[in-house]
Ligand binder design. Structure first.
Ligand SMILES: Cc1cc2nc3c(=O)[nH]c(=O)nc-3n(C[C@H](O)[C@H](O)[C@H](O)COP(=O)(O)OP(=O)(O)OC[C@H]3O[C@@H](n4cnc5c(N)ncnc54)[C@H](O)[C@@H]3O)c2cc1C
Ligand SMILES: NC(=O)c1ccc[n+]([C@@H]2O[C@H](COP(=O)([O-])OP(=O)(O)OC[C@H]3O[C@@H](n4cnc5c(N)ncnc54)[C@H](O)[C@@H]3O)[C@@H](O)[C@H]2O)c1
Length: 485
């Protein structure tokens, strides 16, 4: 890398580098760490906190908050094991300290210090394209062989009357609360809304979740219905098919006017969380100057994650597809193959798992039943098994839930939905089966430790063969063979 050449008259220092990454979150850091360790020069711009949404405002704090909530919920449910405990006394300031401590423990891995030690030039400023191959920011002008835009997404604020003048929280501010919200109103019943509704309810807040369509609308409807029933069971008020029409309030509280089936109702709460989807972070990037096209969902990319400017890739949330940390990380590996090794690399998203971390969890990989039917018609087998029929689930009194596997009649696995305890761990082997084209027979004949929840998957796979194995024809064959002694 040739660096720090003073430039007149702007006085920006010029850096020429192999790779310039914009955004130090899940995607950007993976590209930067991978590329620099493979011998290329890397400049990374980050305008906010290293680690991006996942570490600071997303996955990590939400899972830490959920874990605290699950501890409280476990104490409330201990009675069924013969252990009587009083209602847990939740000290929200200490819960907040726990969340901060978890972030602080992970932070060094994503820090400026670590990346500079690896050899990355980190510029702590917002980056803007000034032409097709130059980015400026923080007093630098960077010209690179390849650019990677990994600027993530932010909470989309729906066009609700009065909302912009009403105090509201988003994922960037809710984890700052040190006092428990008395009554949390949530707009949006996607993964963010459901996870944070469950966490706050378990920690003792009153929670009302308002969703315009159906809760977890991108998921298997039967699995989503189970999560809805669970949230209601723990005391969350769920209003679905409910459109927020108006918002008002001050520091003292918030009121929403919500329309359900033509009728308007007013709901009052102490705090409001907006979790109504995401908007790609493209403002201020100077995309026009770089000839980079965008769509409604984000920066337009081809299957190799290249934008309309062939020197520039876009990865992670800003690319407008699946918005998960592991997808951003996977995108990073595709870009490294393409930019460093000049190999033809395409993102294959057919086996990307996703998990909503309520308890029960909801996990999905591959096609939903409805998607599989649309693509393959009636050539499908739908295999099911329930947690109720699993001995470990019974021992742990976690019998809520099921697995549903969608396979072709030739045994190829197309998709799996698991809703129940540890579904997020159990889904991984189904992702492997889809990705590596492992047939259902291999799963049915694998040896699974007893008693584990993983037996649920093996039993579902085994049910693929039940009809053939226990058919009159099979009985005839076995009787015939027995005749030979
Ligand atoms: C509440 C919540 C919970 C979530 N839970 C999960 C989960 O459990 N599992 C999961 O897989 N995903 C989860 N996600 C999604 C996950 O956080 C994102 O998919 C992931 O962070 C995307 O990574 P990214 O690199 O695209 O963007 P980010 O990680 O957001 O990083 C983008 C970075 O770019 C920086 N930036 C933006 N513009 C500029 C600029 N012009 N110049 C310089 N820097 C810039 C930003 O400051 C930011 O640091 C969750 C999200 C939220 C909001
Ligand atoms: N566990 C995880 O992996 C995890 C957790 C949280 C977030 N995420 C990621 O972040 C993304 C964003 O999550 P999200 O929950 O914000 O988005 P989402 O798009 O999945 O859900 C938003 C919901 O808000 C509803 N909505 C929109 N406007 C509304 C209005 N005016 N009134 C009522 N409801 C309204 C929509 O119908 C939708 O169901 C997810 O898709 C996922 O990729 C992942």
């Amino acid at each position: 890398m040739r660096t720090d050449t003073p430039l007149q008259p702007t006085e920006e220092k010029l850096i020429e580098t192999d790779i310039c990454v914009i955004g130090g979150g899940s995607g950007g850091l993976s590209v930067a760490a991978g590329a620099v360790q493979m011998g290329t020069s890397v400049v990374l711009f980050e305008r906010g906190r290293m680690g991006g949404d996942c570490l600071n405002y997303g996955c990590v704090p939400s899972k830490a908050l959920l874990a605290a909530g699950h501890a409280a919920a476990a104490a409330r449910k201990a009675d069924r094991f013969g252990i009587s405990l009083p209602e847990p006394d939740v000290d929200f300031a200490r819960v907040h300290a726990h969340v901060r401590d978890v972030i602080a423990g992970i932070e060094p891995h994503d820090s400026v210090e670590r990346f500079e030690k690896l050899g990355v030039k980190v510029i702590q400023a917002a980056a803007t394209f000034t032409d097709t191959r130059t980015v400026t920011g923080g007093g630098y002008r960077v010209r690179a062989r390849r650019f990677v835009i990994a600027t993530g997404s932010s909470a989309a604020i729906p066009p609700v009357e009065g909302l912009k003048d009403t105090p509201y929280l988003t994922n960037e501010t809710i984890f700052d609360l040190t006092e428990r919200p008395a009554h949390l109103l949530i707009i949006g019943g996607g993964p963010i809304g459901c996870e944070l509704a469950e966490a706050h309810r378990n920690l003792g807040s009153e929670v009302t979740l308002v969703e315009a369509a159906g809760l977890l609308g991108n998921e298997d409807p039967e699995a989503a219905a189970l999560i809805r029933a669970h949230l209601e069971k723990i005391g969350v008020t769920v209003l679905d098919g409910a459109l927020v029409r108006q918002a008002s309030g001050s520091g003292g509280g918030v009121t929403l006017s919500v329309e359900t089936g033509g009728a308007i109702q007013r709901i009052e709460g102490s705090h409001l969380l907006v979790a109504a989807g995401r908007r790609a972070n493209t403002d201020g990037l100077g995309l026009e100057a770089a000839g980079i096209e965008t769509s409604r969902t984000g920066i337009e990319v081809d299957a190799g994650l290249k934008t309309s400017n062939r020197r520039v890739y876009a990865i992670g949330d800003v690319a407008g597809g699946l918005q998960f940390t592991h997808v951003a990380g996977y995108h990073a590996s595709v870009v490294i193959r393409s930019a460093l090794f000049r190999l033809p690399a395409k993102a294959d998203l057919s086996a990307v798992p996703r998990v909503t971390y309520t308890d029960p969890e909801l996990a999905q990989v591959g096609l939903l039943e409805e998607e599989a039917r649309a693509k393959h018609g009636e050539k499908l087998r739908v295999l099911r098994w329930t947690y109720q029929e699993n001995d470990r689930a019974r021992a742990e009194r976690a019998t809520e839930g099921f697995i549903k596997v969608i396979a072709l009649k030739n045994g190829r696995v197309l998709g799996a939905t698991i809703v129940g305890r540890n579904a997020g761990e159990l889904i991984q082997s189904w992702g492997l089966a889809i990705g590596q084209k492992i047939k259902i027979g291999a799963i049915a004949s694998s040896i699974v430790a007893y008693p584990t929840l993983a037996e649920i998957g093996k039993r579902a796979a085994g049910s693929f063969f039940t009809e053939t194995l226990f058919s009159p024809r099979m009985r005839k064959i076995v009787r015939f063979l027995a005749a030979f002694g």
